[in-house]
Design a protein around this ligand. Structure first.
Ligand SMILES: NC(=O)c1ccc[n+]([C@@H]2O[C@H](COP(=O)([O-])OP(=O)(O)OC[C@H]3O[C@@H](n4cnc5c(N)ncnc54)[C@H](OP(=O)(O)O)[C@@H]3O)[C@@H](O)[C@H]2O)c1
Length: 322
């Protein structure tokens, strides 16, 4: 079968198509014939050596949708492996599909039976492939950890991020008010089309927090790090929540006084439990569709990964697997 593999650290240009053996699933696993896959920042970080426990050569890819080889059923894959029994926190030995084990950028992948779910009927294969990792992370950050309610306002910094786009979709789906920032006006326009109520360019307005009313934000969901949270806290209401699922800029300059004085909760989150995944898929039973940036062919994987490395995308970068 054809698989997009990384043999050596050094960046997205090191991805190449190999001909390898089809995996033979053990008794508790199933073989999925992948029809579409999608990129996450994680795949690019792995090519750059910026990820723990990298083992090479490996087939990358956490997101995938396709058909069960044995039955023909259309499925989407939950990339969270071994979450464990506690819905509040994952097991410390939990892993994510696509490193250290082989992932979805291949014509076939073997995954545990428990990790395949029926594809939401309304979605195409490409749309279904776009949702697993980012949708799961966003669902848990927004609802399970963020506890966003329909009458609340959420602040979503860096709307160009794959997960953030889902946070916006989910927030609007439940009727919440959404304030988004981006360094790119085109991305802000696209966010407006998805329902963003307030859009702010953090490059043109470095003190963007001053354009918000003190206390008008109930929840911030962030992965951008740096000075974002220090700024965001001035707009958070007393008793508000901060949810963090990533650190694109890994250090944060959070000021402590507004946190303790205003009884702010800071909550970490990563990926999500099986029940988060099932609840996330249900969000797509109706009219909701993921935002797709571009769809690339399998032999264009390097260009696709380079687009993500430059953060040029809005929404998910999808790979058609044939
Ligand atoms: N813990 C988990 O389970 C989990 C899951 C998924 C991702 N992550 C992590 O979360 C982070 C984002 O991943 P992703 O794939 O969703 O996004 P991404 O595609 O890597 O996008 C990162 C975004 O960060 C935004 N950004 C950069 N500088 C910013 C700034 N100064 N202020 C505000 N925003 C800024 C940019 O938004 P604009 O282009 O709009 O300016 C950019 O598009 C990564 O660090 C990733 O590793 C963690």
């Amino acid at each position: 079968m054809k698989a997009i593999r990384l043999h050596e650290i050094g960046g997205p240009q090191n991805l190449r198509i190999d001909d390898i053996e089809r995996p033979a699933p053990p008794a508790n696993e199933v073989l999925v014939r992948i029809q579409a896959a999608a990129f996450n920042r994680r795949d690019v970080f792995i090519t750059q050596g910026l990820y723990p426990n990298i083992q090479l050569p490996r087939t990358l890819g956490s997101d995938g949708a396709g058909v069960l080889e044995a039955t023909g059923e259309e499925v989407v894959i939950d990339p969270m492996l071994g979450w464990g029994d506690d819905p509040d926190v994952w097991r410390t030995d939990a892993t994510i599909l696509g490193m250290p084990r082989d992932g979805t950028f291949a014509q076939y992948v073997s995954v545990p039976k428990a990790n395949v779910y029926p594809k939401p009927r309304a979605l195409t294969m490409e749309e279904a492939a776009a949702i697993p990792l980012a949708g799961l992370t966003a669902y848990r950050a927004t609802f399970t950890r963020g506890e966003l309610g329909p009458d609340e306002t959420i602040l979503i910094p860096g709307i160009g991020g794959g997960v953030q786009t889902f946070v916006l979709l989910f927030a609007k789906a439940v009727g919440a008010r959404a304030i988004v920032t981006s360094g790119d006006n085109e991305k802000l326009e696209r966010a407006k089309a998805l329902g963003a109520d307030v859009t702010i360019n953090y490059r043109e307005t470095p003190d963007w927090q001053k354009t918000l009313k003190r206390g008008e934000v109930d929840v911030v969901v962030d992965s951008s790090g740096g000075d974002t949270l220090a700024k965001a806290t001035s707009a958070l209401r007393p008793g508000g929540r901060i949810v963090i699922y990533g650190g694109t800029r890994p250090e944060s300059t959070l000021r402590l006084f507004p946190i303790f004085w205003n009884h702010i909760d800071i909550r970490g989150t990563s990926m999500g439990s099986p029940s988060d995944f099932a609840a996330m898929l249900k969000m797509f039973d109706g009219d909701l569709r993921p935002a797709i940036d571009r769809v690339y062919a399998m032999d264009e994987a390097v260009s696709a990964a380079e687009r993500m490395a430059k953060s040029d995308q809005f929404g998910k970068i999808v790979l058609r697997i044939a």
